[in-house]
Write a protein that binds this ligand. Structure first.
Ligand SMILES: Cc1ncc(COP(=O)(O)O)c(C=O)c1O
Length: 371
């Protein structure tokens, strides 16, 4: 058999949240709630739907390679220059383009111990060396990350807010960290959940970009804009960096429907505000419920939350799957008794809490009996 490069052999495949269709088939269920992949349960903008219908007439033609009309609109919105933007097939693609373009085999890449797994995978694909720095209470330890930077370091990833823990790094500490990252190191600020962050301690990194040409900010239309299946995200960075990435990216990486929907979504501020408000209500409900049940959780600035049930995550996961509720078990992410749940519609959140409550009561009374 033909063998892959040695770098590929040790890599495991990305394990996504279980698809709704798969669980329905496996368990014979008719109704399934997916609260596992941090998607937007409130849908997407009607303006995006209209724009896609309109764009359908053009799909026999390849898209423009840099989505220029979207770029102009977004650049105006962000008050940056258009050539500071690069669109990808999801921000996932920009992560891959960054490692593909800048990493040499053996280069070190600093990241948090429990963070978005695509950083590590892409580093390994290029033969790079991931340096995973232990977290403190589910939060990046910026001091330790700064100390982990060596002459061999090529990239640092900061996921803010962090997936899967939902936490942010504090403004002042992050500002100091950004100042400390040497010029030869690419600093990637992954802000996939930027629009959800409402804490005063959250740092706006965009105004720092001009003084830090080694910084890249990643954002996406998959989360608050609800366009996950269309695959469109973007990076904001110095035009020279964009120039390098353009040579590596596939010419038609962002399809016409995605670019049209993203552009129309930018015009629908009402949809974004509505999602933020509903997400806050969902967050408040979940936090209140966890407190009532005596469960601890990481403070979240996103559309998901990690909670400690005190029981093996596999068991909680299995119980919820049997009830048609898909969440993410924490043992896969280094937190054996925690689960990550994406905030859903009110009825989804209530069903999740009811089932979690039922599980905990059964387990707690069983453990009392055996004492
Ligand atoms: C932190 C983070 N970055 C990037 C992504 C990739 O998102 P997309 O490729 O859909 O833009 C995700 C998706 O879950 C994420 O959680």
């Amino acid at each position: 058999m033909i063998q892959p490069r040695p770098e590929i052999e040790g890599i495991s495949m990305y394990s996504p949240g279980k698809p709704i269709e798969e669980l329905k088939r496996e368990k014979g269920l008719t109704h399934v709630y997916k609260m596992a992949s941090n998607e937007n349960p409130f849908g997407f903008s009607k303006l995006a739907e209209e724009a896609m219908k309109h764009e359908m007439a053009e799909i026999t033609r390849y898209p423009e390679t840099t989505s220029p009309s979207l770029a102009i609109k977004l650049a105006n919105r962000l008050d940056i220059s258009r050539d500071q933007l690069l669109f990808g097939s999801g921000s996932d693609e920009i992560i891959r383009l960054l490692t593909r373009t800048f990493l040499n085999a053996g280069d070190e890449v600093v990241m948090a111990g429990v963070t978005f797994p695509r950083y590590k995978t892409n580093v390994l694909i290029e033969g790079g060396k991931p340096i995973e720095v232990d977290m403190v209470n589910g939060t990046h330890d910026l001091e330790a990350m700064a100390e982990a930077i060596t002459a061999e370091t090529k990239i640092v990833f900061v996921c803010n807010p962090n997936n899967p823990t939902g936490t942010i790094v504090e403004k002042k500490a992050l500002r100091q960290f950004i100042e400390r990252v040497p010029d030869h190191v690419l600093l990637v600020m992954d802000e996939a959940y930027y629009e959800y962050a409402d804490d005063e301690a959250y740092l706006e990194t965009l105004p720092m970009l001009n003084d830090h040409p080694n910084m890249v900010i990643l954002r996406t239309f998959s989360k608050i804009y609800g366009l996950a299946a269309l695959r469109i995200g973007y990076g904001i960075m110095h035009p020279d960096l964009v120039g390098h990435l353009l040579k590596v990216k596939e010419p038609f990486n962002v399809n016409r429907l995605a670019a049209a929907a993203a552009s129309a979504s930018l015009d629908d501020e009402g949809f974004v505000e509505d999602t933020i408000r509903k997400n806050q209500e969902a967050r408040d409900y979940l936090i209140r419920s966890f407190s009532r049940m005596g469960l601890s959780y990481f403070p979240t600035q996103t559309n998901f939350i990690m909670v400690d049930t005190g029981f093996p995550a596999e068991e909680v996961h299995e119980h919820l799957l049997n009830q048609g509720i898909i969440i993410r078990p924490g043992h896969l992410m280094g937190y054996p008794t925690m689960i990550r749940v994406t905030m859903g519609l009110p009825e989804e959140n209530e069903a999740f809490i009811t089932q979690l409550d039922a599980f905990l009561q059964t387990k707690r009374s069983a453990s009392k009996e055996t004492r």
